[in-house]
Design a protein around this ligand. Structure first.
Ligand code: ADP
Ligand code: ZN
Length: 818
């Protein structure tokens, strides 16, 4: 009898491929193991075994596999089922899901680039001869393709060898050079607790009369404290007093001064892995916890709707605790950007080293390790906290999935395929794994809230902030009048300026939010109106002051800023629109004393740049943080008393059916950063239109009303959640061909389907990276089985691909486009 396997190749091909195996291999192989296989003329791929059988393929002569790469499955049956669901639902291939799901180190292929690992020391004695040979070669060459390694060691089957080197951390794969970020711990001092009364203080100063150096240090501390209300750094005290490190140290030893670190203090956790004591939920949290458990008993997903700072994290912690006690694993999903060390520290403080983090910013070694730890149900990976890709880990005994900030649209993968929504895929996974699922948010998505209201999900609510902290006071500032009367200073109203001054005087911190969208600064010629365009994309180039460049946000094209207009030659160039950079600049003029930091795409490009800014703000090295969307995400800063929104209108006016829902969520989330401790926080929203219903709903924290209005509009105008949207994007270099092809596609859809077909239409940016784009929007009724519709679309695509002149046109599906 002959033996065969069907494998998934990590490439966008619809079909599985069949390879020939020997009888022994057939006995050994199991579904979910990897094999190295030849493909095409000379390529080698890592493929995943999907089926083992005895029927030869009909139309081609199967090749033999090169090698088996695992001695047991690294992917479970439930995972494969889930990935197949993702491929079917989101209209992509299983290969695309596999490529996205497995750590890249698991998918070596002939084209993979291997680099030496220069970060860690390797013990050469531990290396086998062939491994040594490869590392030798890497000493002389900065990188090697796997196909080149084949030549070096002179044999075909090198993938296991390379896998071993990855495991030994001797090599890196391209694109994954990584640096470890360690927050720098700044030392601060304050007067020892024993000296907090005036008498004690006097006593102290008297006792120090014979130690003038020490007395000088104490006096300097007072004068620093008088100047600023902020924590005093040891280094500042050294400078101010002229005292030596030794003097300060002796004062600390005597307990006259108290040394502390803000980071450690705040999370109550030090790096020795000490575990925090038991956690007591307050009444509202207890009630929410009970409600969630009840809905779990009815096998329902539960939505936890709790206002900002209501203590949702603690409720999750209790739920996780329970799951662990049953010997099961827990998964905590967050949008990439909300996955901060703040939250990781909090969970680690509670669960110690049971917490593993899975994140695209981590090294391949760490990702492989976590994968294996989860697979083997190791202690170290009982709880995985991660961004959407953590959904693909090989859980064997998952008990709970938490989807925190479930309203975040960044849970939806935009590019490349699979274009899945991690929240929705998590709910399906929970179903396959027979585990519980809780969705949490201070501003639930319209979809989830609707599901909760109609009883499909359970609903737990928390309306109070934890510890009697008040919700911030939200004030709408009308800037229409002020602009007309020229009373604005740059983009700052008088009201905003005066509130910032007050906060600065109190030694409190401030966050200013400037929307990313729609306000990129563009340089326009005031004589002829020309602005520089990207040669590859249909957008104006935006101005980046920092490098004095014009840049394209889509493809990265850039050029130096010209002094004269390219079109008419006049030097009448002027800036339009404003971004975070400009806000920062204006602040430097309005508040020269204040230290201003900025957090946006430009300042967070480096691997840990984001963490560095957060830490520095946390440690109060900055007074004001100016930022985009990034400042909204689940951050917990103790000393922020004021949040200012520079301009709410650009959010509200965005041309998208979700613009209002998003504006409400975004503004409420930014506002939630203010006043998270005893003193009531303040939020100022500058707008031309203070009577806009969404702004009214934000300022009265009326989610309910927002929801009712939005649901009504969606019903009226036929938008989700009333129905499903599938967006079909066609791309081609040739403008005319694209027009014709997309018209053909849309017509066929109209002929075959009864659903509403809109378009084809050019999107706002209609050319990206030299390709023109056109969108067709399909509105599918919810009652109809969506699988049927998708099959019809796929059939149309088949006929489309058979038309020779449309061969070059790319077709991309985005199911549940948001
Ligand atoms: P949310 O995630 O709902 O915005 P958090 O979970 O960040 O709120 O809680 C806000 C603050 O209240 C945090 O600093 C948290 O440590 C504290 N907190 C919440 N619940 C408790 C509790 N049961 N015991 C002690 N501190 C709590
Ligand atoms: Zn471009």
């Amino acid at each position: 009898m002959e033996h065969f396997i069907d494998v998934v190749l990590p490439i966008p091909l619809e079909k599985l491929f069949t390879y020939k195996i020997s009888e022994q291999e057939s006995d050994f192989l199991k579904v979910g193991m990897r094999v190295a296989v030849p493909f095409g003329k000379s390529k080698i791929y890592t493929a995943l075994v999907y089926r083992i059988h005895n029927s030869p393929p009909q139309v081609y002569e199967p090749k033999e596999i090169h090698q088996i790469l695992d001695d047991r499955p690294i992917v479970t049956a439930v995972q494969l089922k889930h990935w197949q669901w993702i491929a079917d639902y989101y209209m992509c291939t299983l290969g695309e899901v596999v490529r996205s799901a497995l750590p890249s180190a698991f998918l070596l292929e002939s084209e993979t680039l291997v680099l030496p690992n220069r970060i860690e020391e390797i013990d050469e004695l531990q290396l086998k001869d062939e491994e040594f040979l490869i590392l030798e070669a890497l000493r002389h060459q900065s990188a090697l393709k796997i196909s080149e390694i084949v030549a070096i060691v002179d044999r075909k089957n090198v993938l296991p060898l390379v896998n071993k080197l990855v495991e030994k951390r001797a090599i890196q794969l391209k694109e994954e050079i990584y640096e470890q970020y360690k927050p720098k711990l700044v030392r601060y001092v304050r007067l020892g607790e024993a000296y907090d009364s005036e008498e004690k203080l006097e006593e102290l100063l008297n006792s120090l009369t014979r130690a003038p150096k020490q007395s000088q240090v104490v006096l300097s501390l007072f004068s620093l404290q008088a100047k600023t209300k902020k924590p005093i750094k040891v280094t500042d005290l050294e400078k101010e007093s002229g005292g030596s490190k030794a003097v300060i140290k002796s004062l600390i030893t005597k307990g006259i001064l108290d040394e502390y670190q803000i980071k450690t203090d705040r999370v109550g956790y030090d790096c020795s892995g000490q575990i925090q004591g038991r956690l007591n939920l307050n009444n509202e949290q207890k009630k929410a916890f009970k409600t969630i458990q009840n809905s779990f008993q009815d096998n329902k997903v539960c939505l936890l709707y709790g206002v900002t700072s209501s203590g949702k994290t603690e409720v999750y912690i209790k739920l996780i605790e329970q799951v662990l006690s049953e010997g099961k694993q827990a998964l905590y999903l967050l949008p990439e950007i909300a996955l901060t060390s703040q939250l990781i520290n909090r969970l680690q403080a509670y669960f110690g080293n049971k917490v593993a983090v899975y994140h695209s910013k981590y090294s391949i070694h760490e990702r492989v390790e976590t994968w294996n730890n989860v697979l083997n149900h190791q202690e170290k990976a009982q709880i995985v906290i991660g961004a959407r890709s953590a959904l693909f880990l090989p859980f064997s005994n998952l008990g709970l999935i938490v989807v925190d900030e479930e309203h975040e649209s960044s849970f939806k993968q935009f590019d490349p395929a699979p274009r899945y929504h991690a929240r929705d895929a998590a709910i399906v996974l929970a179903n396959f794994q027979n585990c519980k699922c809780v969705l949490g948010s201070a501003t639930p998505s319209i979809e989830s809230y609707k599901n909760a209201k109609k009883g499909k999900y359970g609903l737990a609510e928390m309306k109070q902030r934890y510890g009697n902290v008040l919700m911030p006071a939200i004030e709408l500032v009308d800037i229409k009048e002020a602009t007309r009367k020229k009373r604005m200073k740059g983009h700052f109203s008088e009201r905003l300026q005066e509130t910032i001054s007050e906060a600065l005087n109190e030694g409190e911190q401030i966050i200013l939010f400037q929307n990313r969208r729609g306000f990129a600064p563009i340089i326009e010629c005031t004589t002829c109106g020309h602005s520089s365009q990207c040669p590859n994309c249909d957008v104006s180039l935006t101005y980046h002051q920092f490098k004095n460049q014009l840049r394209c946000h889509y493809c990265g094209y850039h050029m130096a800023l010209q002094l004269a207009c390219e079109a008419c030659g006049n030097s009448t160039l002027d800036k339009k629109g404003f971004g975070t950079e400009q806000v920062q600049q204006e602040l430097e003029i309005l508040f020269p004393e204040a230290k201003v930091g900025r957090m946006d795409l430009d300042t967070t490009r480096g691997k840990y740049a984001y963490e560095k800014i957060i830490t520095s703000f946390e440690q109060q090295e900055m007074d004001i943080l100016v930022g985009t969307q990034m400042v909204t995400k689940g951050l917990d800063f103790r000393n922020v008393s004021l949040v200012g929104i520079m301009n709410a209108d650009s959010l509200l006016n965005f041309p998208d059916y979700r613009a209002h829902e998003r504006s409400f969520q975004l503004l409420t989330q930014v506002a939630g950063r203010a006043g998270r401790t005893k003193k009531r926080g303040k939020v100022l929203i500058q707008t031309y239109n203070p009577y806009h219903q969404i702004l009214q709903q934000v300022s009265s924290t009326d989610y309910e009303k927002m929801y009712e209005e939005q649901i009504y509009e969606r019903e009226q105008y036929n938008y989700p959640p009333e129905l499903r949207i599938i967006k079909i994007t066609l791309k081609d270099k040739d403008y005319n061909k694209l027009n014709e092809a997309s018209q053909w596609f849309a017509n066929s859809l109209r002929n075959v389907l009864k659903d509403t077909v809109l378009g084809p239409e050019f999107p706002v940016v209609s050319r990206i990276r030299r390709l023109y784009l056109k969108n067709i929007i399909l509105k599918v009724q919810k009652e109809k089985p969506v699988a049927q519709t998708k099959n019809s679309i796929k059939r149309i695509e088949k006929s489309f691909n058979a038309i020779s002149q449309y061969k070059s046109v790319k077709v991309i599906y985005n199911v549940d486009h948001i």
